[in-house]
Design a protein around this ligand. Structure first.
Ligand code: AMP
Ligand code: MN
Ligand code: MN
Ligand code: MN
Length: 302
């Protein structure tokens, strides 16, 4: 039985502020034994994280947080224990990255009309060559003095009804779960309390998710209250879904969230990390150039 792992974190490969290597070092220093790197729509940080994990004696779970549009809302689906070489997953994510470029240009156009020119270049500078997300726009606007901090920029510019908001057109739930499964991974609904869904809509989301082959939901999350954890522990039980736990760490700039500092799962949850074979690769998936070393996807629980 592993100690509660941290199965949701970000690096500079998406909108985190620590490099994959720095993230793994901080996790090790915090006493984390098993950590998933789950950058938004990219696997670009996994190789560096896997190398660092080996040196530090930490188990890396290769992961990704996929942006999904479901019933005109953005939902995040985490893929855990995915084969980072999987061609289908990589092709799917490449499509999302292309869409991110287009959306970034649209966000910048809107911000320019609202009196904040140069935001595309500014956000790109913040992203330092990685994909461009809203967080990079937020950091640029803070730098320009548009608001005090990232949270207030989101509130004033980047959420629905505000001048820089663009309604995302991401991938479908079915596609996202399909890519994760094709990569031998487990699909998990990220921070379900964040979507503001009514009970009946939440039921529809989880029904759809299970029908696509989804396996779990985040019960314990850095963006959940303790009440949320109990609520979603109940949802997991009712829906026959496994429970996951992750901090959603983005870096030391948000000191109220730390790597691996998670409360235990409420009683009665089935932890996703107790499944046979979970984290068996420790980030060292066989190279695509050595297919004879493949462990075979039949080892993966359905
Ligand atoms: P994107 O996928 O580019 O639309 O950006 C989503 C990311 O923005 C989330 O993963 C968070 O890191 C960040 N984010 C979203 N809403 C907020 C908020 N209200 N305050 C601060 N950060 C936020
Ligand atoms: Mn983020
Ligand atoms: Mn998220
Ligand atoms: Mn996240």
């Amino acid at each position: 039985m592993i100690k509660t792992p941290d199965l949701h974190t970000h690096s500079t490969a998406s909108d985190g502020t620590l490099t994959p290597r720095e993230l793994m070092a901080r996790a090790a220093a915090q006493g984390v034994e098993v950590l998933a790197l789950t950058d938004h729509d990219t696997l670009a940080g996994i190789d560096e994280a896997a190398t660092a994990a080996r040196t530090l004696g930490l188990t890396l779970v290769p992961g990704v947080e996929i942006s999904v549009t479901w019933n005109a809302r953005t939902i995040h689906v985490i893929g855990l224990d995915v084969d980072p070489h999987c061609a289908r997953l990589r092709a799917g994510l490449a499509g999302l990255l292309a869409y991110r470029e287009q959306r970034a240009a649209e966000i910048a156009q809107r911000l320019a009309r609202a009196g904040w020119p140069g935001a595309l270049e500014g956000a790109r500078a913040q992203a330092k060559g990685a994909l461009v997300g809203r967080t990079h726009f937020a950091r640029f606007l803070v730098q320009r003095g548009a608001a005090q901090d990232v949270r207030s920029v989101f509130k004033r510019f980047l959420v629905k009804g505000k001048p820089g908001h663009v309604a995302g057109r991401w991938t479908t739930l079915e596609e996202a779960v399909g890519w994760i499964r094709a990569a031998g991974g487990q699909a998990v609904v990220a921070h379900p309390a964040r979507y503001g869904l009514t009970r009946s809509r939440m039921k529809r989301l989880l029904d759809d998710f299970r029908a696509c082959g989804g396996r779990g939901i985040e019960v314990v999350s850095g963006s959940h209250s303790r009440d949320d954890a109990f609520t979603f522990a109940r949802w997991a039980r009712e829906q026959g879904l496994l429970a996951s736990a992750g901090s959603d760490y983005h870096g030391p700039e948000s000191p109220w969230i730390e790597l691996g500092q998670l409360p235990p799962l409420p009683d009665g949850c089935r932890p996703i990390w107790s499944q046979p074979g979970f984290a068996r690769h420790g980030g060292a998936w066989p190279s695509p150039l050595a297919p004879t070393m493949s462990p075979g996807l039949d080892l993966v629980p359905a």
